[in-house]
Design a protein around this ligand. Structure first.
Ligand code: GLY
Ligand code: MN
Ligand code: MN
Length: 423
């Protein structure tokens, strides 16, 4: 079961999908497969995001078929093909919902055992005018019948990718989705502030502390492998080995967030390992913070800006602020210090709605990150006292009409607040 998201909301999502499909068309979704780390050692199961969004169903070996049955909202028919109950299998691999629950609890109009797929699905699909699916891209394509059906000669019905339609629906979050992300943000923000109160010597210990805090305070677990970096390791954007030690005179940079009900939060903070900013640390940190605050303030519909527009404001802001503290940097060279985008959409996935344009004007319900960073290489073209420093400040933000709703506000970021935590 997925906390906060009601059966009614799942129905509304399917109705919205059907509404945006063409007449007589069908959408086909395949559940994710269990992924293996090595040999028989498996990762925790994670449902494919669009499948989860439309059904709430959290098991593998399942297919959902949504047929548009008429022109009105709610005119759709949901068929599910799922793993049947099987005591012997369940003794080894965990409990299953079963076919009956797909109808009774998940509100499929019809549910069948997964083994019926091959005999039942072709007839259903061949009656369609168009099939929306991403099944061609299934990873386990070699033995996947659905993949073969869609990529083989058997398929006479025209197909179109489903994900662009799903992205449009998923980009705008419902109040229940925002509430889940707020909960993830609040728990994660508090955990990060707790971490700032203590001295740390090992990256690994801080990593474990954050994971533990996320979980004991109600998150399902970490949303992604965090970056826990001391000193110039913070300049590696995807530093995740987290196995070194902190120096008192260096920054700690963390990028870590928890997940609640499969909704994530994405937060980065940077603070001095000593608890007190040196003059150079303060100058660089304040420059990034000032720009971050301005960019967060633009996350509102009445600013009429896209993520790309906010990126432009961020880049110009960083050039201005960095020049004030002695960097010889301009619009041509700023990417050497700030090499990534200011933000991305968030939701079920950390990088949510993959492929959804960052040129879309932000509207109420869009949820995004704002994460400017400055990473100063050990290069003599930059002022010596900043070399090797990396600073990123990232909040998860929900766009509202006239103001941003900051989902991760419990993670402190003002210099005076950070210093007060250790004094
Ligand atoms: N934590 C991944 C990112 O900030 O995009
Ligand atoms: Mn992040
Ligand atoms: Mn991010």
């Amino acid at each position: 079961m997925t906390p906060g998201i009601s059966a009614q909301e799942y129905h509304e999502r399917r109705a919205a999908l059907a509404e945006s499909m063409t007449e007589g068309s069908i959408a086909v979704l395949h559940a994710a497969s269990l992924q293996y780390k090595s040999g028989a050692v498996f990762h925790p199961y994670r449902q494919e995001s669009n499948f989860l969004y439309l059904t709430g169903w959290n098991e593998e070996n399942s297919v959902a078929v949504i047929e548009k049955t008429g022109p009105n909202v709610g005119d759709y028919y949901l068929r599910m093909f799922v793993q049947p109950k099987d005591p012997r299998e369940e003794q080894w691999s965990g409990y299953r919902n079963g076919v009956q629950a797909a109808e009774d609890v998940f509100n499929a109009d019809e549910a069948h055992p997964f083994s019926s797929l091959e005999s039942m699905l072709p007839r259903i699909l061949e009656s369609a005018t168009l099939i929306y699916t991403d099944a061609q891209a299934l990873k386990s394509s070699t033995d996947n019948w659905l993949h073969k059906w869609f990529s083989g000669r058997d398929s006479k019905v025209s197909q179109t990718p489903l994900y662009p339609v799903m992205n449009k629906l998923r980009a705008i979050k419902s109040p229940a989705e925002v509430a889940n992300m707020r909960k993830a943000g609040q728990i994660s923000g508090r955990a990060i502030t707790e971490a700032m109160k203590r001295p740390w010597t090992k990256e690994k210990d801080l990593h474990a502390f954050l994971d533990y805090q996320f979980i004991i305070n109600g998150c399902d677990g970490p949303a992604y492998i965090p970056v826990i970096a001391g000193g110039d390791r913070g300049n590696c954007i995807h530093y995740t080995v987290n196995n070194s030690t902190f120096n008192e005179n260096e920054f700690i940079l963390i990028d870590a967030g928890g997940e609640y009900g499969t909704y994530i939060t994405d937060v980065s903070r940077t603070w001095p390992a000593s608890g007190k900013f040196s003059p150079a640390q303060r100058d660089l940190y304040e420059a990034v913070l000032k720009v971050q605050r301005t960019s967060v303030s633009l996350c509102r519909a009445d600013a009429n800006m896209s993520l790309d527009d906010i990126h432009g404001v961020t880049v110009r802001g960083l050039v201005n602020e960095l020049r004030k503290i002695g960097f010889n940097v301009d619009m041509g060279s700023i990417s050497q210090l700030f090499p990534h985008h200011v933000g991305h959409y968030i939701g079920l996935d950390v990088h949510d709605c993959p492929g959804f344009s960052r040129r879309e004007k932000l509207q109420r319900g869009h949820c995004i990150t704002i994460e400017p960073g400055v990473y100063v290489p050990d290069d003599e073209k930059w002022p010596s006292h900043f070399r090797g420093m990396g600073v990123r400040i990232e909040d998860s933000v929900c766009v509202d009409d006239q103001a941003p709703y900051i989902l991760s506000t419990e993670a402190v970021k003002e210099v005076s607040d950070i210093e007060a935590l250790r004094s």
